[in-house]
Design a protein around this ligand. Structure first.
Ligand code: ADP
Ligand code: MG
Length: 351
């Protein structure tokens, strides 16, 4: 079925991210509910055609762990990508709503993401490149699936010109400019799983500041711009990162507590508070990822040992030591998760 922009009615906004926005829509001729992602592409018509050709590849991806693809078309200057709608949304939205996610559910998430990554790589030699909680979706049938993987090199290049604070899931070797491999996705999975279990981004400030229920000193919320790179290259060079500023501005008018005022003062300096009054910019964060020990599931003993061991394995800093998604499917924690009787559908019905 040929998809055309005029055959859709918008139902509601689902969110916005890297150069795009996503809406829940109905495709009226078929009465199908879909998620429609609109990406503004500033490129020549030939490049847009190439992106569309590359996106068609998603028609070949069939896995219960991968969002299914309905089609993509040009609605100039935008490209629209229509995909399966997941009614419980992404895992970042879920934990921000309900708090830290139970480790048994996190185990099911880990299993699903590893299955999805293994499918993409083994069947199609595709590396995801953008594993993070907002690209892991859940529906009320209790299914967990990944979306937004790197099928189109041209699309990656076009979007890479505006870099919106997602680099913080990036592995140490990627920060240092090495090629993407399937093991870089494993690092990003490890960071994401800690975030879900703790209910906060693992590189954000320590417990001391966490009575602030809004996570606005979260370092994943920074944005910057990258200068255009040579075609075919998605390398991030630290020197290319432009001026940084907090992405969200929560400066609604009205009375503010001293604490809120203090916080704003910090933010206006373009820095974020680390526990103990230390400040960290995104450059420092990237350096931190490269130079400091990887985060862990803490406090030790709160979670099953096999979960701690799994996360440590995902977050080995040397990619040569880190296992592939396929290897990790045989990890003890993942095997336990596969046979675990935890009911994701029942869990999803609670929010
Ligand atoms: P990001 O992934 O960086 O948040 P996106 O533009 O990819 O930015 O997505 C914006 C939001 O739209 C996501 O955070 C997610 O909550 C929501 N979303 C994306 N795809 C779907 C989908 N297929 N079904 C339901 N919600 C979706
Ligand atoms: Mg996304």
């Amino acid at each position: 079925f040929e998809l055309r922009n005029e055959d859709f009615v918008d139902l509601r906004d689902l969110g916005a991210g890297n150069g795009g926005s996503v809406k829940k829509v109905e495709h009226t001729p078929t009465k199908t509910i879909m998620a429609k992602k609109t990406v503004l592409i500033d490129a020549k018509p030939s490049v847009k055609k190439q992106i569309l050709r590359e996106l068609q590849f998603m028609h070949n991806c069939h896995s219960r762990y991968i969002i299914s693809f309905h089609g993509a078309f040009l609605a100039d200057p935008n490209i629209c990508i229509c995909m399966e709608f997941m009614d419980k949304g992404s895992l970042d939205g879920i934990y921000k709503k309900i708090g830290p996610i139970d480790i048994d559910i996190v185990g099911k998430v880990a299993l699903s993401v590893l299955e999805g990554l293994t499918y993409l790589y083994d069947e199609h030699r595709i590396i995801h490149r953008d594993i993070k909680p907002s690209n892991i979706l859940c529906n009320s049938r209790g299914e967990i699936k990944i979306c937004d993987f790197g099928v189109s090199g041209e699309l990656i290049n076009s979007i890479a010109d505006t870099f919106v604070g997602t680099s913080t899931y990036m592995s140490p070797e990627r920060i240092q400019g090495a090629q993407y491999t399937v093991k870089s996705d494993v690092w990003s999975l490890g960071i994401s799983l800690i975030e879900l279990a703790l209910g906060r981004f693992p590189f954000s400030q320590s417990e001391s500041d966490s009575e602030d229920s809004d996570n606005d000193s979260d370092l994943s919320d920074y944005e910057g711009t990258l200068s255009p790179r040579p075609a075919g290259s998605v390398q991030l060079d630290l020197a290319e990162i432009g001026p940084l500023r907090p992405r969200r501005k929560k400066s609604e008018a009205g009375a503010k507590s001293d604490k809120a005022k203090k916080k704003e003062k910090r933010k206006s300096k373009g820095v974020s508070l680390q526990g103990g009054g230390m400040t960290m910019s995104i450059l420092e964060l990237l350096q931190h990822i490269v130079n400091e020990p990887a985060p862990r599931l803490t406090p030790e003993g709160r979670y099953p040992k096999s979960a701690e061991v799994f996360i440590d394995a995902c977050l080995l800093k040397d990619p040569d030591e880190r296992q592939t998604p396929k290897d990790l499917l045989r990890h003890e924690w993942i095997e336990n998760s596969r046979f675990s009787s935890v009911d994701v559908q029942a869990w999803a019905s609670t929010f």
